[in-house]
Design a protein around this ligand. Structure first.
Ligand code: C2E
Ligand code: CA
Ligand code: CA
Length: 445
């Protein structure tokens, strides 16, 4: 109990500390039965506290903080949470924001009442930033506090003393995101998402190595929407996991359908960072796979970003290893655009590097991109990985890749992403370009 008190309270004032209010905000957010009205989080900074410190000394200034805290505790409702988060900084959580304005006014008035410090009368003023929530995207305690702090910071620039609410423009952005999230949820329920598939081939032999599943949203009003329209909004949201599982299930279902038509296709699925990092990813994947007993897990390749391993490399390595046990393979997507860390490359048990199309575009006349490609291909040899180039748009680019020793690629030169029903016919028809078939592949570029 003592340790808990130390961890969550501020010794000087007896208020909660930053951890304490973070915990309270989390409890509030997790509370299923909380009222419909919004809450307010206020970040407070005392005005001219440094002057007071300089004039009266630290000890008196500390005493002021204690006295002020006691007065404020009396002025706030019982369900509110007041914390001292730093030197002269406070944070206040009001679970019911409907009276936020009068609560803040009350804090202002009580702070104005003179305090007696060593025979000197001083009064305090403050500046504050207010965030009303739940409002759109803002769903975690740290980001709420950050936004309240940012608003406070702006308030300090714009006014001498007083408070500012989180800017309307930002709030409408949050609201737009909230609406988009609801719409995505609705779209998932109404089965509006579609998978398109883009072939991945060996440029020299023409062999079709597989297809990459790329999600689209057939929106009833907006038409066919690309992933850039809706994936960024759910990047750090649990909806991303729901979407990811939908993609996995539907990719497996598609593999099964093709197999029934007599076409064997490997499918690569993009896995978002927070999906891979989510609890028991390998366990969930096992369950999804077991719903398709006819599909050999080796048909499935998972494309992950290097950043998916950033938080906890050991855990990512373990998750990937667990999935490999099931038979699935892994590719490191967009390689070259992130940290491209050699120690990650060494430790992550992936089979393939996918070079981002950023480095393929313009290789005809961009010497730097050419060198980067050469480097990545060299690295892949050192680490024993396959390389797949993304975004091959011309015969010339394919020739250059082949001359560098990169045989596998995807891109509009072969095919854009197309509907599942078109894949079998495409595979039948596809012949590689004569220019590519003739190229001698360099073993040591
Ligand atoms: P990515 O994984 O790098 O996928 C390749 C993107 O490049 C696709 O865009 C594809 O249509 C496009 N592309 C392919 N060949 C060419 C080419 O020759 N030239 C050009 N200019 N572009 C080409 P798309 O389908 O819009 O997807 C964008 C990104 O969205 C993907 O980038 C991937 O990061 C993400 N994404 C797509 N589907 C999913 C999904 O199911 N789950 C997750 N987590 N992410 C997905
Ligand atoms: Ca990809
Ligand atoms: Ca890419």
């Amino acid at each position: 109990h003592h340790l808990e008190t130390l961890a969550y309270t501020d010794a000087l004032t007896g208020l909660w500390n930053r951890n304490g209010i973070v915990r309270r905000i989390r409890e509030y957010l997790a509370d299923e039965v909380r009222a419909e009205n919004s809450a307010a989080l206020v970040s407070i900074d005392l005005d001219n506290f440094k002057d007071l410190n300089d004039c009266l000394g630290e000890e008196a200034a500390d005493r002021l903080l204690g006295l002020l805290s006691r007065r404020w505790l009396d002025a706030i409702p019982a369900d509110a949470c007041l914390a001292r988060t730093g030197g002269d900084e406070f944070a206040l959580l009001l679970p019911d924001a409907s009276h936020a304005e009068s609560r803040l006014e009350a804090l202002r008035l009580t702070a104005r009442q003179p305090f007696e410090l060593d025979g000197v009368e001083v009064s305090a003023g403050f500046t504050a930033g207010v965030v009303l929530f739940p409002d759109g995207a803002v769903e975690d305690a740290d980001s709420l506090l950050r936004q309240a702090d940012n608003t406070l910071y702006r308030a300090k620039h714009e006014m001498r003393s007083g408070w500012l609410y989180l800017d309307a423009g930002e709030r409408s952005q949050y609201r737009a995101r909230q609406l988009l999230l609801e719409d995505i949820r609705r779209g998932l329920n109404q089965d509006e998402f579609r998978l398109y598939f883009q072939p991945k081939v060996n440029l020299r032999t023409g062999e079709v190595l597989g297809v990459e599943a790329l999600i689209r949203w057939q929106h009833p009003q907006e038409g066919l929407l690309p992933p850039s329209y809706f994936l960024p909004a759910i990047e750090h949201h649990t909806l991303n996991i729901q979407v990811g599982e939908w993609v996995l299930r539907n990719s497996l279902m598609q593999i099964q359908r093709w197999e029934q038509e007599g076409v064997r296709v490997n499918v690569s699925v993009n896995i978002a960072a927070n999906h891979l990092q989510s609890d028991n990813f390998a366990g969930h994947l096992t369950k999804i796979l077991s719903a398709f007993p006819g599909v050999d897990p080796v048909r499935l390749d998972l494309e992950i970003l290097e950043t998916a391993a950033l938080g906890d490399l050991d855990k990512a390595v373990q998750t990937i290893a667990d999935c490999c046990e099931l038979g699935v393979t892994f590719s490191l997507d967009d390689f070259g655009t992130g940290y491209s860390s050699l120690s990650y490359l060494k430790r992550l048990p992936v089979n393939t590097l996918k070079v981002d199309r950023e480095f393929v575009s313009g290789i005809e006349d961009n010497g730097e991109n050419l060198s980067i490609l050469q480097g990545v291909i060299g690295l892949s040899r050192v680490f024993g990985k396959q390389v797949v180039a993304e975004g091959v748009e011309s015969v010339r680019q394919g020739e250059i890749l082949l001359s560098l020793g990169c045989e596998c690629a995807q891109g509009f030169a072969m095919s854009p992403p197309i509907e599942a029903t078109l894949i079998p016919a495409w595979i039948n028809r596809w012949r590689t370009f004569p220019e590519w078939a003739l190229t001698r592949v360099s073993e040591n570029p």
